[in-house]
Design a protein around this ligand. Structure first.
Ligand SMILES: *[C@@H]1O[C@H](CO)[C@@H](O)[C@H](O)[C@H]1NC(C)=O
Ligand SMILES: *[C@@H]1O[C@H](CO)[C@@H](O)[C@H](O)[C@H]1NC(C)=O
Ligand SMILES: *[C@@H]1O[C@H](CO)[C@@H](O)[C@H](O)[C@H]1NC(C)=O
Length: 393
């Protein structure tokens, strides 16, 4: 039998037996997983678009300062001033930062991916580029959809382990981070002026794409899959600027966010959760965890003072002026004005979060405060009640 191909029920069950982790590390969740396999977009891209843009001569602003200024002190291709949720997750699990799939010089060896591999590419959509082209939205969509990312993973998998059962064991001991993905499927059409009704019609197709990728991964041996939902997009400076309204009722008085856009995010998240419930019934042995990015982020907007963002919560740190410090023709780049202290802003560039916000969001997910369900991973070493990060950090 060819190595690392899907799937026999027998082997799927075998994985569950071998996937019981051994606890060793001192980090709160250390020893739970051997690696992280990640799919998604700019919210989890640890360097793929930067590498693609170097080889394709497609310049990305994440390849220039001030991107990366806070933590790495150099641009890494991350769309933030520092670490992303996936980075905090890797630290929490006692694993290195997840290596981007695309190599610096046109390729990497399988040995580089022993502790994880990241397929997330900034700008990626869940649906294929052809879907958007078919709907008359132009032909400039990146060819890095979820299906393309999954295809690359399936190509890579045989080189990671030599036999089919090794592959299943490898995947069974990996934490699969599926997303966030799908946000761009909405961003592009929204900014092209497509109306809400058309957008709502796209939602089930996006969810279907995500669910089908998860099913394939489970067939290949994945046992623990984290599936983040969408953020409250009505709170992002890019949306607040583009859809600025003089109708007061369109805004949530407690946050200043645009209600109809947040309702749209919730619509996606509700449909996603419903499909995940169904997937759990089909795969009772897999641990499929919905990760509530929406409510984790909404906490910041509800009580900005608690997190050090008071007065700046809806403004981008790095941007081109205006009410929300966002201007699409002068977005964050080396010419933009950058705030003195990114840790006092939630939004980095109007679209993406600062490291400070990502840290709080991760903390909400890992510690599970009242409003966010706990990250329920069936690993005995997960000290869910111990804060992974101290609030004063
Ligand atoms: C998109 O990428 C996939 C995988 O790399 C490739 O097989 C396919 O031909 C590409 N499609 C286009 C339209 O470039
Ligand atoms: C956005 O930036 C462009 C180019 O710098 C400028 O011409 C325009 O006035 C700005 N728009 C706003 C609303 O500030
Ligand atoms: C910064 O501004 C200069 C002068 O206007 C311009 O030539 C350059 O292209 C700008 N750089 C970026 C990254 O936008």
């Amino acid at each position: 039998m060819a190595s690392c191909t899907a799937s026999s029920l027998f082997l799927t069950q075998l994985v569950v037996v071998v996937a019981l982790p051994i606890i060793s590390s001192s980090s709160p969740a250390g020893g739970c997983f051997d690696s992280i396999i990640s799919f998604g977009d700019s919210l989890a891209d640890t360097g793929n678009l930067l590498r693609l843009s170097r080889s394709d001569a497609r310049p990305t602003r994440a390849g220039f300062l001030p991107y990366g200024e806070t933590y790495f002190r150099r641009p890494t291709g991350r769309f933030s001033d520092g670490r992303l949720v996936i980075d905090f997750m890797a630290e929490w699990l006692g694993l290195p930062f997840v290596a981007p799939y695309y190599g610096e010089d046109g390729g990497r060896s399988a040995a580089d991916f022993g502790k994880g591999v990241n397929f997330a590419v900034a700008g990626a959509t869940a649906l294929d580029a052809s879907f958007f082209e078919g709907r008359g939205m132009g032909n400039s969509f990146p060819n890095e959809s979820l299906r393309v990312q999954l295809g690359l993973f399936k190509e890579l998998l045989p080189s990671l382990r030599s036999t089919s059962s090794d592959c299943k064991e490898f995947l069974g001991k990996s934490l699969v981070l599926m997303g966030e993905i799908g946000g761009n499927d909405y961003n592009y059409p929204f900014f092209m002026g497509r109306d809400l009704e058309e957008m709502q019609d796209i939602v089930p197709l996006v969810i279907e794409e995500i669910v089908s990728a998860i099913s394939e991964l489970i067939d290949l041996g994945a046992a623990t899959i984290l599936v983040p939902g969408n953020f409250p997009i009505g709170c992002l400076p890019v949306y607040l600027t583009q859809f600025q309204s003089s109708v007061k009722e369109e805004y949530d008085p407690s946050t200043g966010c645009l209600n109809w856009l947040n309702e749209f995010s919730q619509y996606h998240n509700e449909q996603l959760q419903r499909k995940l419930d169904h997937l759990r019934e089909l795969h009772p042995r897999a641990n499929i965890v919905y990760v509530d990015y929406y409510n984790a982020a909404l906490r910041l907007y509800r009580s900005p003072d608690k997190f050090g963002f008071e007065g700046r919560i809806l403004r981008a740190c790095c941007g081109g002026g205006g009410t929300y410090n966002y201007n699409s023709s002068q977005s964050c780049n080396s010419n933009a004005t950058v705030c003195d202290d990114p840790s006092s802003y939630a939004s980095w560039d109007g679209i993406h979060f600062t490291e400070a916000a990502y840290r709080w969001i991760f903390k909400s997910i890992a510690d599970g405060p009242f409003t966010v369900p706990k990250l329920d991973i069936s690993c005995p070493s997960l000290a869910l009640n111990e804060p992974a990060l101290t609030e004063s950090e």
